[in-house]
Design a protein around this ligand. Structure first.
Ligand SMILES: [Zn+2]
Ligand SMILES: [Zn+2]
Length: 353
């Protein structure tokens, strides 16, 4: 089989390569036929050597697929099951964070796509305890959004505790920002505001609006603080979700939050020493959350949300591609006309074109 492989350390060294067909080596494992694999900024960072990797390794951690073989210990799943998988392989299970149930934060974690072979190929082997069943109503391409959606569900509902009636401000209109608008609205937020750039106007704002954003603010055209205060009648947002990683977006967050409001952050920043309006945050007694990855429980919630939502999450998917087109896609990852790119295996792609 062929896969998109990071084949050596350093900047670049990504290409389509022949990869050995994986097989089950442990009774806890299952073999999965990949149906779709989303492109994440992490994959682009691995290509640019801005995120650690252990080459040679197949890229991609946002995949869905069908179980085609199972190990002897696997009782909870069977051949033919449609599944998604948490990218938390390698977590030790015995350190204090693992024993608290936060295996996503274990320092031994080696996830598919950079630590072990990932989903931008035809088959993958995973331990069964990473798997979740895809609801019948949810197609494979939409199910492959489960990983980023789980991150947002964890961040917005489990950590920052979005409340019905909250006015929510989402900073940034990339795929995590748009999913944040979707989750906030799905949880009953009374108003969702999302910010973006000139480049967001053509595709990202319309997608955000179709999935739950009530107001959009182009920060290159409008004074974002002034606009947020106007929209919230001078009160500020109950909850701010930072997904942009932009130093300019981060600095002003306290000015746009209501007194006693919450700020939750998910976007990695280019610099490690981003600053924010410290005293404003103090006087308003703001609550600030930082997030990384997703919880086990957020996966089942994300799948349930996919099953029950009236909104069409497929609007997120702007491209269905073969891995042969990877270079064009990776180079234009921040292109204004793309939100989420799905890589589809060769034998399945005709169904999408
Ligand atoms: Zn991802
Ligand atoms: Zn651990």
């Amino acid at each position: 089989m062929r896969g998109l492989v990071k084949y050596d350390k350093g900047v670049g060294f990504v290409g389509v390569r022949d990869v050995d067909m994986p097989s089950i080596h442990h009774p806890d494992e299952v073999l999965i036929k990949i149906k779709a694999c989303g492109l994440c900024a992490t994959d682009v960072h691995v290509w640019k050597d801005e995120f650690r990797s252990f080459p040679p390794v197949v890229l991609g951690h946002e995949f869905s697929g069908e179980i085609v073989d199972i190990g002897g210990n696997v009782k909870e799943f069977k051949i033919g099951d449609r599944v998604v998988a948490e990218p938390k392989t390698g977590s030790c299970g015995s350190c204090s964070v693992c024993r608290e149930g936060k295996i996503q934060l274990c320092k031994h974690r080696k996830a598919p796509g950079w630590g072990i072979n990932g989903g931008m190929t035809d088959y993958i082997v995973m331990p069964f305890n990473m798997l979740h069943i895809i609801p019948d109503k949810v197609d494979y391409d939409v199910a492959a959004l489960c990983e980023p959606l789980s991150i947002v569900v964890h961040e917005v509902t489990e950590r920052a505790g979005v409340q019905c009636s909250d006015v929510v401000l989402v900073i940034g209109s990339g795929s995590i920002g748009i999913l944040s608008a979707f989750v906030a609205k799905s949880c009953g937020a009374s108003k969702v505001i999302i910010t973006g750039l000139n480049a967001s106007e053509s595709v990202r704002f319309p997608v955000a609006q179709s999935l739950g954003a009530d107001e959009v603010i182009n920060v290159e055209k409008d004074d974002v603080v002034k606009r947020v205060m106007e929209i919230t009648n001078g009160k500020g947002a109950d909850l701010i979700i930072e997904s942009s990683g932009s130093t300019q977006g981060i600095i002003n967050m306290p000015a746009m939050a209501r007194i006693g409001g919450r700020i939750t952050c998910i976007g990695l920043c280019k610099t490690d020493n981003a600053s924010l309006l410290w005293n404003t945050a103090m006087y308003k007694a703001l609550n600030l959350y930082f997030n990384f990855s997703s919880s086990y429980s957020a996966w089942d919630k994300a799948l349930k949300l996919m099953e029950t939502t009236e909104k069409n999450l497929r609007y997120m998917i702007t491209n269905y591609e073969s891995i042969d087109n990877w270079e064009k896609i990776f180079s234009s990852h921040y292109d204004e006309n793309a939100v989420k790119v799905m890589f589809i295996p060769e034998d399945e792609i005709c169904a999408y074109h």
